[in-house]
Design a protein around this ligand. Sequence first.
Ligand SMILES: [Mn+2]
Length: 243
Amino acid sequence: MNFIECNAEGRFVFVGDTHGDLDASKYVIKNYPEDIKVFLGDYVDKGLHSKENLDFLFNEREKNPKKIYLLRGNHEIPSKNFSRKYFFWSELKSKDYKQYSKIVEDFPLVFSVGKILALHSSLPDIKNLDEINNISSGDENWAKILWGFVVSSDYNSFLNKNVPQLNRIDFDRIMGQLNKNILIRGHQVVKNPVAFDKRILTLFTCSYWRDDIVANIPRRIAIADFDKKREINSIDDLVIKII
Ligand SMILES: [Mn+2]
């Protein structure tokens, strides 16, 4: 199943890209045992503990499948072609490569609770949430979810022109069609995580970016507490924490 939807009750913790930052993942699992945790993909590469991070999260999810959701990111696309940015897969032995490929291919693409949509990168162009389960590997909407960039003057960010771009007009149109108010996503490193009039939140929960730019990026998570706020319609209704 590409699409997961939960009832809007209790607390939800959203975690951005962890990219081999095992400490970040451990922190979240340890400190939010009762809450539903949604990881937005990109568990490997960049950081020092890719395999350990993926193993840890996968094992925790096996123990607690109703409390932990692992979405798929663009780094969970197996490839044997070595590149400096995507070394995890190319360094795996072939037996492990097969095993890990099977694991990540089952990761869902989109999570929803209340008026929140959460995914790795950008919105698919769909009219109905049911369409998410028809998205298949390699198609246009798959690429948008895993690779798309949000184009916003709020984001002072490196912009990759070779990937799908999400502008404000399409964002409003698609979110309107889906009857959702806010999008929580990862993928981009931005100075200010909030964009589009407090309707998009970009989370990066990893201290690593690129080995030539070892930035001390603040690791952000976001908490939606439906017991305290029945309606979550804006980023202001979330609690953003730096861990
Ligand atoms: Mn990514």
